[in-house]
Design a protein around this ligand. Sequence first.
Ligand SMILES: [Zn+2]
Length: 470
Amino acid sequence: MQQIDLLIVGGEVINAFSRRFLDVAVSEGKVVGLLNSDAPKPPARKVIQAKGLYVLPGAIDPHTHLGSGAKVFGNIPATMKACTQALALGGTTTVMEMIPPKKGMTLFEGASQARAEREGNMAIDFAFHPSIPSSEDSVMAQLENCADEGIASFHASFEGSRGREALNEGILYHLLTLARERRMMMIVHAEDSRLNEAIIKQTPNAGAVEKVSSCRPWLSETSAVRRAVFVSELTRGPLYFEHLGAGPSLNAVRSARLAGLPVYAETCPHYLCFSEEIYKTSRGVEFLKSPPLRRKADVEALWRGIQDGTISSVATDESLALLQKKREATEQLPAYQVSGGLNQIELRLAVMQTEMVVRRGMPIEKVVHCLATGPAMVFGLYPRKGTIEIGSDADLVLFDPKVTRKIRNEDLHQGTDYTIFEGWQVQGIPRMTILRGTILAEDGCIVGPDDGGQWLARKIDPSVTGGPAA
Ligand SMILES: [Zn+2]
């Protein structure tokens, strides 16, 4: 029998639709064998005992703004090294980032520059979603160019902040038609800016922290979701709603999926774990985020959406923020304009396993689906990523479901002065994170290279752009 690089023995391999006790054989960065425990073992250069542990596919965080962490770390290389190591420690092996338009650059030039700045500074694999600034013909041509180069998704917003043109039905019609033809995934920030403006005008003391959820209300999100779903119905263009927080928005997504439309929903740990009442407390500033937290009934509706598969993906939408800076910003701006990160990139897997499996009795397979398989399928990385199959990249997390830990910001590696999960008790931690066969993190320490992350060219499967397939 040929010698292999790595053999992981005795663990339980968890995929989105299966769990089995199998030994995992790895060579040249790929999974080359999944062996029953009584099968003859190939000789291996390294053997890892995984008795009592889950072997999970490396998690994928499909929605981040890591680049804006340069505010915390001073420059892009330092930001990327720190953030991707934090991600690796938390069990994430692939990260996707929104790339905003750069002045005077095409979308592809902007993405190429971002790639050049990141290569050699990423501990984990990475991919991009360019944010489109407008719907001009030149931008459409640039999107085609991106698709040819393996950037199979893009981002646009109904809200239209930061110099971007706000989406409307006409622009959507154009973009979704292109997305369908070129098998791209269109990511939509669903928040109706006209509704927000009208409501802000009518709200007394609108700039206060305790008013953020009423100034950017759930109905603004649902309005934009319904408008976008209607255009997807007309064009059959594939849509992914980022950071949904409102129950009625999910109802629209659910109906669209039942009707066979390629419509996908993402939510984030903060919408699942907190609700808008927190803005009325002394911790309110910590939770300023665009869009804001929602009502308690919405939180319950999101959990139903996870349970019934309406939600395909749980992402952090991380951009890192210092609490001091957020406080200063609320002195200069209305609170509904203050955004920034919630500092949770390292915590997603442990928090979600605790909330889904320990607190709500869901199967661990569901965690794998929302954190790895769903994002991999939607964004064209499956089955290379997001699952443990023969031929997949050997991106693996050895996860101990029994260990408990209290979250403290001072133990985290993202360089910020707080996390929204401070003091939370989690059950289950990643004991080892492996990227393409190389051990990156072990027992809370980085042990692997901080520069081995590769940029990923992507192609989305026609089943995903043609109907609800994840
Ligand atoms: Zn975002």
